[in-house]
Design a protein around this ligand. Structure first.
Ligand code: ADP
Length: 405
């Protein structure tokens, strides 16, 4: 082989070697780029999975924290693993109790007993716990379930705590209400029955005695009618069935109309009725319901006020907001402080015998309160023993138009 040929062969080998090397390098670079893109892709996927896991955890956390029920999770060794906000609130917990035993954390033997029972029996349903420590007395209903891990090994206890305090209060209010209604119905009914029996036993033939018993029957029939009317009104007000038909009510004229109905009763007790509401005061109110409010308050002021005294109806515009304050004021014996807080409760009376004797149902002020609240107003009592009583309530004001209407 000539040296030129050998040179050409060598150059050929070198070039083809270089070409192969270049090809391999390009190929390697492409593989490396693909591998890096794959790595990036994997990293992106991992981080988006972590983000969605974090978002899911945050959602779960928000869900637990905002639940009305308390949630408490114990681990397999009986230590607190998780508590939500409601659970911490029920027990007035201010520190982090995770890792503590149930008794250390909650200092409640009954709760520990529920956990022990759940771990033995698998679950405990509707166990009631009375908590009287902390800020207020509470009744909790506790459900607990033992959790099982893989291979059926005990893996902790989950407790859900339901605050049944309000339910219990409602139940006792309902029971008290039924007892009161039964009592209020039974008393006039037994007087009516007794009078009828006396008449049947012969009193009917003696006109003077008969009229006395007929009078008792008449009064107690009225009392039953008032009671049933008041109960129906109260029930409609409480269930929101009684619609409030708003109108513009000129108050001075309205009060005059109400007082007309009470002149005879006031005269019998020598009570003066004074309409001190200024002209031009107008409220946005249901005229019939306002009638009911004023009638109840004026009736009470005459009944329980001072014989020979005075009952004033006052009205004024309040400086704050667009409100009018109306007051029914008497100069009677007033109401003791401890009773003043309760007179708006159904069937509460300061002097039960006196109220019954006057034909009272014990529901008047409760009706007043509901009607005023339905108007968005408030009612309050200012009183002191021996200093009379002032029942004051607010209503939305209607400003006079420039034409004075
Ligand atoms: P009642 O039908 O017994 O009058 P209310 O609900 O209207 O029922 O009033 C509740 C109680 O508040 C009355 O029984 C009475 O003891 C007391 N009370 C109401 N108004 C007055 C008042 N102006 N002065 C003194 N006591 C009053």
């Amino acid at each position: 082989m000539s040296s030129a040929t050998a040179m050409a062969a060598l150059l050929g080998a070198v070039f083809s070697g270089l070409a192969v090397a270049l090809f391999l390098r390009r190929r390697w670079l492409r593989v490396a780029a693909e591998a890096s893109a794959l790595r990036d892709e994997l990293a992106r996927e991992r981080s988006s999975r972590a983000e969605s896991q974090a978002a899911q955890n945050a959602r779960q956390q928000a869900l637990f924290e905002n639940m009305l029920e308390g949630v408490l999770l114990l681990d397999a060794s009986g230590r607190v693993q998780f508590t939500n906000a409601a659970c911490r609130r029920f027990f007035d917990l201010e520190t982090d109790v995770r890792g503590h035993t149930l008794l250390e954390a909650f200092r409640c033997n009954e709760l520990s007993a529920v956990a022990t029972e759940a771990s033995k029996a698998g679950r405990v349903n509707g166990r009631e716990l009375e908590l009287d420590g902390g800020s207020e007395a509470r009744l909790l209903q506790v459900n607990a379930v033992a959790l099982m891990g893989p291979e059926g090994r005990p893996d902790g206890i989950l407790m859900v705590l339901h605050d049944a305090t309000r339910l219990r209060q409602l139940e006792s209010t309902r029971r008290e209400f039924v007892a009161n209604v039964s009592h209020e119905l039974r008393t006039p009914l037994s007087l009516i029955k007794g009078s009828v029996e006396t008449l049947l036993d012969g009193a009917a033939s003696q006109p003077a005695i008969a009229s006395k018993f007929l009078d008792i029957i008449d009064r107690h029939c009225d009392r039953l009618t008032f009671l049933i009317e008041d109960l129906l009104t109260l029930s409609r007000l409480e269930s929101g069935q009684l619609a409030i038909n708003y109108d513009t009510v000129p108050l001075r004229g309205h009060v005059s109309g109400v007082l007309e109905d009470f002149h005879r009763k006031a005269d019998e007790r020598g009570v003066r009725l004074l309409n001190e509401v200024p002209e031009g005061l107008q409220a946005r109110a249901d005229s019939d319901r306002l009638d009911q409010v004023l009638s109840n308050l004026v009736d009470n002021a005459i009944k329980y006020g001072r014989p020979g005294g005075a009952v004033r109806i006052e009205g004024r515009e309040l400086p704050e907001g667009d409100l009018i304050e109306m007051s029914v004021v008497d100069d009677g014996p007033g109401i003791p402080t401890e009773a003043a807080e309760r007179v708006f409760e159904r069937f509460y009376r300061v002097d039960t015998a006196r109220s019954r004797e006057q034909g009272g149902t014990g529901l008047g002020l409760s009706i007043v309160k509901h009607i005023i609240q339905a108007h968005g107003g408030e009612v309050r009592l200012e009183t002191a023993p021996g200093k009379g009583s002032a029942f004051r309530f607010t209503l939305p004001a209607v400003p006079l138009s420039p034409t004075g209407k």
